[in-house]
Design a protein around this ligand. Structure first.
Ligand code: PRX
Length: 654
């Protein structure tokens, strides 16, 4: 591949604030360098020492890394541990009465829960799960709103060695069904409904619908947590109320000690082809990744109030809500609602109210809050903040500067964290007391994370040219497999051409100082509001509509969401125009909302009698992408079978 041109030139540099640097766990560049050198000199020794130090093992491991069946790497494989024990029990001796979770509901009500109370509730729920026949290796689907219960459900599964798979509450019954079947779930945990921005969201009814779709015979029970009190359908043979089954149980549940490689969870994420991929994570290595990144990147201290705004339905809500903060004995804020309700000052008001010191959110949220109230943060006391973070997509330098000035008052470093569902934890991100920041760059890899930029054949790219972002060595919190599909795992992440390098699927370049700049995805995966959406999934959903003959999805840059979704659609009947086109577009958008979930609804739908295709019948997405952006098509279209179609597709229906 000829190297990818970068158009972004950003020269501003921000050194760590002196007071921050002095107090930081890793203070000054030499300290960061020393950690990187230690990892380089003895890679496995470096990780072994951290694993011994940071994790409480039931049985210590003797072998650090087993590469004999690469790329199915095994870390700490003969060690035994329990993730829930590490997140809760080990804090009880010294911090039993420390607040673990500060839960703020959509309407502003606050519920605190200490480590001791969390221990009792997780134990009771774990015992209740056991009573329903759930045990080691069983898969449990969790489809819950952001709540204390969502965290309890995840921790309870971990406690008994059951493997959870959390499905984001915004996904439709169809998407939920697909995941229940693929993972072979035995149990579904849900709520009657959720509350977001003052509106009720139905959850249990989606589970009911999903379970009628077939292939879910393994599901014996549905546990429902009562959140909203709405009327729901009830199947007495199958359904159980959370409060009923929890009440009868004992306050203690002995943790099930599992092998370090035992899957802690499976989380689905979009790929460019086929159905979503069930990303399988381990227990030991995953936990180590979550812990080290909390310490290195968030510089987490016992006195911090930590708040990661991500939903537990995404990897960020796994590593930096359900596991990382608890493993460190942190006090964290958990939020049920949305950043814009009752107004766009909600985040800032909550930071003031709970004295949040570390705040972690997504660029898409930052951009929308700038638009809705760029000076709203000034109305609140944000002096408790000492560190800010971002995740999910590149942050544009202007949004970065606003975050830095208006929220961080030029005092708080910003950790722009690059990572993925598959990496389990941060990979490239500043250690904020050590590394100077450049707006828009995720800076440098974490110690013990060996990244590179290469050509399509795996050759290292010298200098500052762009190319494929890869990881050169296995790391503890890496994906272990795509659930039930070893071939797809190898093909997706360790393609033969790359000779053992992990392919992240992003393009990036490195500047003269060794800083990484992420340029975007190399596959057909869109990044909409920090969430990966497969174009193929949306196309399949559209084609499943009886009106649609053919569909192609492309992304288009969007001021707030990062990327918006443009659909090119060919109907089975005539190409609609005017009001008719608008009505069908609305109908198709709702259809996609129902098939996948509201986040996948196309922002724009354009109808054509056909799509631009090569003579061999391949859809030319490159042209569709240019059309969506409104660019003139100047490239060679001589291979196109039907050039006239381009003119027709320029017109949007809405
Ligand atoms: O393209 C990169 C982008 O999000 C992808 C991973 O998406 P997902 O697995 O859903 O996880 C999101 C939360 C970790 C990456 O391949 N991405 C994530 N963080 C950044 C980013 N792009 C640029 N800068 C980031 N900080």
């Amino acid at each position: 591949m000829s190297s990818i041109e970068s158009v972004l030139t950003e020269t501003r540099i921000f050194a760590p604030h002196e007071t921050f640097r002095q107090a930081a766990t890793v203070s000054g560049l030499p300290a960061y360098q020393a950690l990187c050198d230690a990892a380089e000199q003895d890679y496995t020794g470096f990780w072994a020492q951290l694993a011994q130090q940071e994790i409480t093992w039931h049985t210590p491991f003797t072998e650090t890394l087993d590469e004999s069946n690469a790329p199915f790497f095994r870390w700490f494989a003969d060690g035994k541990l329990n993730a829930s024990y590490n997140c809760i029990d080990r804090h009880l001796e010294k911090r039993a009465n420390k607040i673990a979770l500060i839960f703020e509901a959509d309407n502003g009500d606050v519920t605190n829960i200490t480590y001791k109370e969390l221990h009792q509730r997780v134990s009771r729920f774990a015992n209740a799960l056991k009573k329903q026949g759930i045990g080691l290796g069983d898969r449990v689907i969790i489809y819950l709103p952001m709540s204390i219960e969502a965290i309890i459900a995840m921790q309870a599964c971990a406690r008994i060695g059951a493997i959870h798979s959390v499905v984001f509450g915004g996904f439709s019954a169809k998407s939920l069904h697909e995941r229940i079947v693929d993972v072979g779930a035995k149990l579904v945990i849900t709520a009657d409904g959720g509350l977001r921005g003052g509106k009720a969201v139905a959850l249990k009814s989606a589970v009911d619908e999903a379970l009628t779709l077939g292939g879910c015979e393994a599901v014996t029970h549905v546990i429902a947590y009562q959140r909203t009190g709405v009327d729901i359908a009830w199947n007495p043979q199958r359904d159980l109320w959370w409060h009923d089954i929890e009440a009868a149980e004992s306050d203690y549940c002995e943790p099930t000690w599992v092998d370090a490689e035992h899957p802690l969870f499976i989380l689905y994420t979009s790929g460019s082809t086929g159905t979503p991929k069930g990303v399988q994570h381990s227990t030991g290595g995953y936990l180590l990744g979550a812990i080290m990144s909390m310490k290195w990147v968030f510089d987490h201290k016992a006195s911090d109030i930590f708040w990661c705004t991500a939903d537990v339905g995404w990897i960020t809500g796994h590593s930096y809500v359900a596991y990382g903060p608890l493993a460190l004995g942190s006090t964290q804020v958990v939020f049920e609602g949305v950043p814009t309700y009752p107004d766009a000052g909600r985040f800032w008001q909550m930071i003031e109210r709970h004295k949040v010191s570390i705040f972690y959110t997504a660029p898409t949220a930052i951009r929308s809050l700038i638009k809705l109230g760029g000076d709203l943060p000034n109305k609140y006391d944000l002096s408790s903040l000492r560190l800010l973070g971002t995740v999910g997509e590149p942050i544009n330098p202007e949004a970065w500067m606003w975050y830095h000035k208006v929220v961080g008052k030029e005092r708080c470093p910003i950790a722009d964290t690059w990572w993925q569902t598959e990496t389990g934890a941060h990979m490239i991100a500043p250690l904020p007391g050590a590394i100077d920041l450049k707006p828009g760059s995720c800076t440098r890899p974490l110690p013990g994370i060996i990244m590179d930029i290469v050509e399509e054949d795996g050759t290292h790219i010298e200098g500052t040219g762009g190319g494929l972002l890869v990881v050169k060595k296995p790391w503890p919190s890496m994906i272990r497999n795509i659930w039930g599909n070893e071939e797809r795992f190898k093909k997706s992440y360790f393609p033969e051409e790359l000779k053992g390098l992990y392919l992240a699927g992003d393009s990036a370049h490195r500047d003269e100082d060794g800083y990484f700049w992420i340029m975007g995805r190399i596959d057909d995966v869109l990044n909409v509001s920090g969430h990966r959406l497969g174009t193929m999934e949306i196309e399949s959903a559209l084609v499943a509509n009886p009106l649609v003959a053919e569909a192609a999805i492309v992304g288009k840059p969007h001021e707030i969401k990062g990327e918006s979704i443009v659909a090119y659609v060919v109907l089975k009947g005539e190409r609609p125009e005017g009001e008719a086109a608008k009505a069908i577009a609305t109908q198709l958008r709702d259809w996609v909302g129902k098939e996948i979930g509201p986040i996948a609804k196309p922002d724009e739908i354009r109808f054509g009698e056909n799509l631009p295709k090569t003579r061999s019948g391949k859809i030319m997405r490159r042209l569709l992408r240019s059309l969506a952006k409104g660019e003139e098509i100047t490239s060679d279209i001589s291979t196109l079978d039907n050039p006239a179609i381009l003119e027709q597709l320029k017109q949007a229906a809405g």
